[in-house]
Design a protein around this ligand. Structure first.
Ligand SMILES: Nc1ncnc2c1ncn2[C@@H]1O[C@H](COP(=O)(O)OP(=O)(O)OP(=O)(O)O)[C@@H](O)[C@H]1O
Ligand SMILES: [Mg+2]
Length: 256
């Protein structure tokens, strides 16, 4: 458990090159530090290494040079304190929603009776009640994504890594899920590192937004988002600072 103010995630001088016929230098000297309970988003051009960075922090991809610490321990492989929501759903298609949500507890040999209340609460909270017996392909895109997030939250991760979790959704569903995600985070205060292509989403959700350069990716800028919490779209979107942060980040991203 992280009880002091040392970073929950600390990445220093990390390099990553994918070897092969077409060698790709994906990351170069990446530095970042995320405080416990902080909500941080990463923006950057496509192919700059955002997913690679997330996978490195999750212990799923080896790295060269530098160091990655999670709760002050060097990352050497996946760990139960970290939950990852990938760019595409990680649910098993042959299991029902209920079985997918219960999968983590099953793999950890947590008795069903002990895991059930938490799973029921998540099902309710994510608006999936009544769909427990459906398979992932029988859900809408938004529901599938909510279920995928639920599957990870069911594991009670202290650290939540999310790779464009809402990328494939329409704007309205995305806004709704953003609000749900903030509500969950407000309650459970995981440390969150979220990759997104949406500047507005990054501003709405985050305490801090990191901007990466083109490949090889590095963190080149950071913007602290000083907007009050709890955040609701109708109030935040009227706050003049919201628009200012979006313009500032759009300029940094070279949008205009
Ligand atoms: N397993 C791999 N083997 C070889 N090259 C890889 C591998 N994974 C990623 N790459 C390369 O590393 C670079 C960074 O990829 P990555 O997926 O991290 O980018 P990204 O910033 O997440 O992009 P996007 O925004 O499009 O999702 C790309 O050039 C990609 O081709
Ligand atoms: Mg990616």
């Amino acid at each position: 458990m992280n009880t002091d103010n040392k970073p929950a995630i600390a990445v220093s001088n990390v390099l990553k090159t994918f070897a092969g016929k077409h060698e790709v230098k994906a990351l170069e000297s990446v530095d970042l530090a995320i405080a416990p309970h902080e909500f941080v988003s990463i923006l950057g051009p496509s192919g700059c290494g955002k997913s690679t960075l997330l996978r490195i922090v999750a212990g799923l991809t080896p790295y060269e040079g530098g160091e990655v610490l999670v709760n002050q321990k060097r990352v050497t492989g996946p760990s139960p304190e970290i939950g990852v929501v990938f760019q595409s759903s990680n649910m098993l298609p042959w299991l029902t929603v209920g079985q997918n949500l219960a999968l983590g507890a099953k793999l950890r040999k947590i008795p069903e009776a002990q895991a059930a209340p938490k799973i029921a609460q998540l099902t309710e909270m994510l608006g999936l009640k009544g769909f427990e017996n459906n398979h992932p392909h029988q859900l809408s895109g938004g529901m599938r994504q909510r279920a995928a997030i639920g599957q990870i939250l069911a594991l009670d991760p202290q650290i939540l890594l999310m790779d464009e979790p809402f990328g494939a959704l329409d704007a309205l569903t995305r806004d709704k899920l953003n609000v749900e995600l903030l509500r969950i985070w407000q309650e459970q205060r995981q440390t969150v590192l979220l990759v997104t292509h949406s500047i507005a989403e990054a501003v709405f959700l985050s305490d801090r937004v990191l901007v990466m350069s083109g490949r090889p990716g590095r963190v080149v800028r950071e913007v602290a988002i000083d907007l009050p919490r709890p955040r609701m779209p109708e109030t935040i979107k009227q706050d003049p600072r919201y628009g200012e942060y979006i313009s500032e980040l759009s300029k940094l991203m070279g949008v205009y």
